[in-house]
Design a protein around this ligand. Structure first.
Ligand code: P6P
Length: 339
């Protein structure tokens, strides 16, 4: 019988313990907590059509978006798992107006890390059985250890992330994450509840022939983005490219990471600053993509160098194959008369 030589994620984290700068095992325990919560959420999602867990929760989040029952369920599972293990000193979530402190646990003030997350991105796709994802980002706090967590701990540029990852609840459940030493993907064996190393040392091709954008917003895109989309569609060189848009950030970015391509969410009439949130969607996806050799931009500058000013701030987002994202920047610069 063929030996199962694949490492489990638990073994992988222990093996890489030395990769976590100054880690006292806290970051490993943090990642393991996220994994545990991911298994719980994955199990629930897989039953969504059979139990009363789909559809609207009848509330809206800070973005004014209709909260799905599974949004709130996922939020509660990740928050409770992290709080109960007293690993972090604070949590920011798309589903919460302000960041979450660890009330009543003074010792939590001694914890070194904060987590920012989108507990369930693309959740409106659940009702139609389309893949969704969880996105998380981890920073070392900058406020003094021993004091309550502060907003400055969350408003750090993406280059300061110590870890980032996503869980893709797709045809299989995968976790893809980085701690700044490359990107690795693990697939969940639902039968035994273990994640196995299935995509070691993931690399994003520098070029690709897939562009992902909601072309329904075309008329409101900046001129440079319109010019780039026409460039993708013209019959020249290795074009026209293929258009693929799942409407689920994690799914579209995962495909582009594996096969090459560019995901675009420009500013539009309804979302003049873009739709995606810098802190817990764009920064983690940018960190992972760049660690795999790709690139992420707001159309002018590198996402990871943006200095946040608000917890839920939005930004235009272009992410994927380095040469394709750089080409978008080129078209944007040209349309703005910059060389
Ligand atoms: P639109 C899901 O709501 C999300 O945040 C991303 O997962 C996805 O890529 C995008 O928004 C879809 O937005 O406006 O094209 O439906």
């Amino acid at each position: 019988m063929k030996k199962n030589t694949r490492k489990t994620l638990d073994e992988f984290i222990i093996e890489r313990q030395d990769h976590f700068q100054y880690s006292t095992g806290e970051l490993s325990r943090l990642l393991n907590s996220i994994l545990l919560a991911a298994r719980v959420v994955s199990y629930k999602i897989r039953k969504a059509g059979l139990i009363d867990i789909i559809g609207s929760a009848g509330a809206t989040n800070v973005q004014g978006e209709d909260q799905q029952k599974l949004d709130l369920y996922a939020h509660n599972v990740f928050v409770e798992t992290l709080v109960n293990r007293e690993i972090v000193c604070g949590i920011a979530s798309e589903e919460n107006d302000n960041f979450i402190t660890i009330e009543g646990l003074d010792e939590a003030h001694n914890n070194k890390y904060v987590v920012l997350m989108d507990p369930l991105d693309g959740s409106s796709n659940i009702d139609v059985n389309v893949s969704v994802g969880t996105i998380f980002s981890v920073y070392r706090r900058i406020s003094p250890v021993g004091t309550p967590v502060a907003m400055e701990d969350f408003l750090q540029p993406g280059i300061k992330q110590v870890a980032a990852g996503y869980i893709l609840y797709g045809t299989s459940t995968m976790i893809v994450y980085t701690t700044g030493k490359g990107v690795n993907g693990f697939t969940l064996n639902q039968a035994i509840g273990s994640f196995y190393l299935s995509h070691p040392n993931m690399k994003c091709p520098e070029d690709g022939n897939v562009y992902s954008v909601n072309e329904g917003n075309y008329v409101h895109f900046p001129q440079g983005v319109k010019d780039y989309i026409k460039y993708c569609q013209e019959e020249k060189e290795n074009r026209p490219y293929t258009s693929r848009y799942i409407g689920s950030l994690v799914s579209d970015c995962h495909r582009n990471l594996m096969r090459g391509g560019v995901y675009m969410y420009p500013s539009t009439f309804k979302t003049p600053k873009g739709k995606l949130r810098l802190l817990y969607e764009c920064n983690p996806m940018a960190f992972i993509t760049e660690q795999a050799g790709g690139y992420a931009s707001n159309g002018r500058t590198r996402i990871l160098e943006m200095v946040p000013t608000e917890l839920h701030e939005r930004t235009p987002f272009y992410c994927g194959s380095k040469n394709m994202v750089k080409k978008v920047e080129e078209f944007v610069a040209k349309s703005e008369g910059k060389k």
